[in-house]
Design a protein around this ligand. Sequence first.
Ligand SMILES: [Zn+2]
Length: 401
Amino acid sequence: MVRQEIPARLSALARVAVILFSGGVIALAGMQSVRDWRAVHAEAVVVDGHNDILSAIMRGHSIEKRRSTGHSDLVRFREGGLDVQLCSVWVSPEHLQRGDAFAKANREIDSLAVIAKRNSSRMSIVRNRRELDAAILGSKLACIVALEGGHPVGQSTDNILALYKRGLRVFGLTWNNSTAWAGSAKDEAAGRRRTGLSDHGRRVIRLLDSLGVIVDISHLGPKSIDDVLRTTGNPVIASHSSCSAIFPHPRNLTDAQLRALAANGGVAMINYFPVYLKARLPKNVGSLCAREEQRLAALRGTFTAEALAQRDRIIAAAAKRGLPTILDVADHIEHAIKTAGIDHVGLGSDFDGIDYAPVGLGDVTALPYLTRELLRRGLSEEDIRKVLGGNFLRVFAKVCR
Ligand SMILES: [Zn+2]
């Protein structure tokens, strides 16, 4: 496979670069830990399971230049070393009431297509592994169209087919609100709805299986997740869900669900949103995190041991004050690996869909620091490549042929 040959070749080149740029063998010992994590990150195919940039686009933001707000844009995706982004198509409940949810979903896909066409040297929308590999080889961001909530398709299988033809390859059954045929985590937890999938819900799963669309179980209630796993013949993903064992939020996955996902061959992609990461967040947590991010911004782009140590001190002090940090995200990743196994964990930032991000992971450009933290916790380079993207790519290649 083309893709499998590339990392090995780049890896060899990167190792030569480490030796050349570190100024010889003596300096290498001191520099390797400083440079290596950046090389590991740069060589990996990095995939993010969930980003709401399309909602920002629909509100009139341009992602073609660096934005001073939000968490991502085409410039910052590149800086963060991101190769593949699942782009969330999300339609607010008010469009359901107005009856134009399907049209709104199509407008979002139209917008993404227009931006991809205008920036064809920087990004492309991909529908299968071959197109994804071609995008990465061309140094382009590979975007996968992903629905967050099946509401726009209503009860219509024709609508599913229409979105499939437009490039949809990941289908999240619900958002916080249930559909008529699948229960959300929020509604099932509140006992607001008959739980689980209806007969039509099971038909939807079988249709998605036959088309080659990945089912996304994030936002689903526990009974609906069980029903999906009993119905589907394909590996599924949780595109942006963290671990209940660390913080028991209804949006997080229990250890039993993590193990069921592993048995299914799927991937749990860990969400960075602080509200899902830990209990007892301080008051004004968003502005407190933003203040710490400003201190970290002064160190950005400087990779001396001194700058990194200063960065670590700021993050450790923030963690001590109870603020959510990049260390919490790493804790969730470690727990998911321990419970589901190394082949079933990935990243699902929820960037641009969340009010604020953990200290040290303030936007997509900070992603290499997550690789640094995982290396420090003893994960091998091979394991890190699986978490950064390899596990999702396995599912994508299997389902989206
Ligand atoms: Zn979501």
